[in-house]
Design a protein around this ligand. Structure first.
Ligand code: FUB
Length: 308
């Protein structure tokens, strides 16, 4: 692994440029990449894994953002958002995704709600550009429920992914154990209708929606330790047909959390593993990027995870 350039500016506006093969970032532990293609750049929004080397649980107090014009050289930008920027949340920068609509950038995040009966919840922040500043868009959780009556686990409302369909309607998918989705109103910050569920084999978490030609793809973390599997449909709302495994368990990380994007004519699979030597693992993860290819019938070829 070769670090070609490192450029540290003033501490308050730190910019770090690294040319790096997998993992793409090595000076920090990064997890749950949400990738956004906007104009001529890719932005990766990742949770910062901050657990000390002897702690085997998540410590995630902020998100990090990186950008690249070539998928090889990554620039780190100032910290764009923390869970405590949401007045109703107390911590835990779990998985998230940023999406652009009409020149505004909506960041759907997982955090822990202040009120313990809610457990994890999904919020949304908004900004005028992909690097922020981002601000809470609604002043309360977009998705949450009451653990005492509605669910047995506190972490069922996690891992949001949003897809804007060809007619401009946005759909939010999320969940742990059960995959859920709902249409969003045109303002992107209100639900439109009732929550629906999708029946997927061994769904654990981390749904991600993308489209290529006339196929929609719903990839997700499958089983535990997680592989990534996927289903395909001709419609954003299904029915979804299970197509099998896309990526194997990622090294020594129990989680795998993917994003799938097309950039400059090439498809990419962005995920995390625990590959940084000595202390890397399930709670000290690292974002990686590998190329993704399709078969003639639209199914995806298995990912070949690389270190080059
Ligand atoms: O990083 C915390 C959680 O671990 C994420 O929300 C899940 O997708 C898993 O990667």
């Amino acid at each position: 692994l070769v670090v070609l350039t490192v450029n540290l500016q003033a501490q308050t506006n730190k910019t770090v440029e690294v040319k790096q093969n997998n993992p793409i970032i090595t000076d920090k532990y990064t997890a749950d990449p949400g990738a956004l293609v906007y104009k001529d750049k890719v932005y990766i929004y990742a949770g910062h894994d901050q657990a000390p080397n002897d702690v085997n649980s998540y410590r995630m107090n902020e998100w990090l953002v990186y950008s690249s014009s070539d998928m090889k050289t990554w620039k780190e930008h100032p910290i764009p958002l923390k869970p405590t920027d949401f007045s109703w949340a107390k911590g835990d920068a779990w998985a998230s995704q940023v999406i652009e609509k009409n020149g505004k950038f909506y960041w759907f995040v997982t955090v822990t709600h202040n009120e313990s009966i809610h457990g994890k919840a999904i919020g949304v922040a908004v900004a005028d550009n992909p690097l922020g500043p981002f601000k809470d868009a609604i002043g309360k959780a977009l998705i949450t429920n009451d653990m005492t009556t509605q669910t047995k686990i506190s972490w069922d409302d996690i891992d949001p992914t949003v897809y804007i369909d060809d007619d401009g309607k946005a759909y939010l998918y999320w969940g742990n154990t059960v995959c859920k989705y709902i249409k969003l109103k045109d303002n992107m910050i209100e639900m439109d209708g009732e929550i629906q569920t999708v029946d997927l084999p061994k769904f654990t978490e981390a749904p991600w929606i993308h489209k290529r030609k006339d196929w929609y793809y719903l990839s997700y973390a499958y089983d535990f330790p997680e592989k990534i599997a996927y289903a395909m449909s001709k419609s954003i709302t299904g029915p979804w047909e299970f197509k099998g495994i896309l990526n194997e368990v990622a090294g020594n990380s129990n989680t795998n959390h993917q994003a799938i994007i097309e950039f400059k004519g090439q498809w990419y699979f962005v995920y995390h593993n625990g590959s940084i030597p000595t202390h890397g693992g399930s709670f000290r993860r690292s974002v990686c990027v590998d190329k993704l290819f399709y078969n003639k019938d639209g199914t995806m070829k298995r990912i070949v995870m690389t270190t080059e």
